[in-house]
Design a binder for this molecule. Sequence first.
Ligand SMILES: [Zn+2]
Length: 363
Amino acid sequence: MAATNGATMKAVRFHGQHDLRFEDIPVPTVKKGQVKVKPAWVGICGSDLHEYLGGPGLCPTTPHPITGETVPLTFGHEFSGTIEEVGEGVDDWAVGDRVSVQPIIYDGTCGACQDNLHNCCWSNGFIGLSGWGGGLSEHIVVPTSTLYRLPKNVPLHIGALVEPLSVGWHAVKASPFKKGDAVLILGSGPIGIAVMLALQAKGADKIIVSEVSRKRQEFAKKFGAHYILDPSKDDVVKRCRELCDGQGVDVVFDCAGVQVALDAAVEATRARGTIVNVAIWEKPCTITPNLFTFKERRYMGVATFQIGDFQEVIDAISAGKMTPERMITGRIELDEVEEKGFKTLINDKDNQVKILVKVGGDD
Ligand SMILES: [Zn+2]
């Protein structure tokens, strides 16, 4: 989407490891079937931090199969905004509409896409990581298929939380969790909390959280975890069994990606229980297959979200079933992204859940 009318705008672009630049780039122009959105609020995500610290990993260095783009790329894939221009052939969206943008880029033709698993697309990418611009810019042009309308009672800053909340929502939906099941969540960072909020909206009444950081234990408590374990002091396996009639939990959501935590979680799971991996691991880990065989346990992965999850999350927020406001621990401006956003999330991780960047946001 490189066509422009000569005008420029401010954007935060990722050039490479520890190289984030606040710079002027061309304003993208709207083509058929697209809209131009003025981003309002943009969340900074753990995957953005991974790219900044050790990337490019997710960001393409050879042309992405769908976007054709490579770094430098505009960051920002968790965002809300207001439509400021509609392209030819767009009838169901209008200037002024408030939206949350679903950032998955997929080809629509591969086997996974044909099975409706666009999140597993063999060529997949992300707006804000793989091209097509990103939320951390004054304007972005996206296809209408990415747009989700925000109801009147969902403010734009909450709209920026729909993406991370959808990760938690999808994880729960794709898992075998059913009402009444006991659950263990490993890690109460942003994704652990998103899983917790989804579980509560679906009626979970026994949520155990295992978290080392004192501050993050407090966040878990505030968000309504029923039991909080500190793996540096508590015997997680023993405690989970005690809390669940000696059997262990039904489902584990691994939102930490730490070997010792996974080892304990396997043994804290009841027979035929399931461990769901939501975490992005920094390196390979080991599992002991016999622990799965003898108890018929299962291990499964979940990735981002499917089409439909965004709408369900927006509906749950609008209906008051999820109140994610307290996830926001900081609000900064576009020119402060590296210093007050990335560096704060890296150096003051325990005190932060979600930092939002104000681009064009009011409410
Ligand atoms: Zn595909």
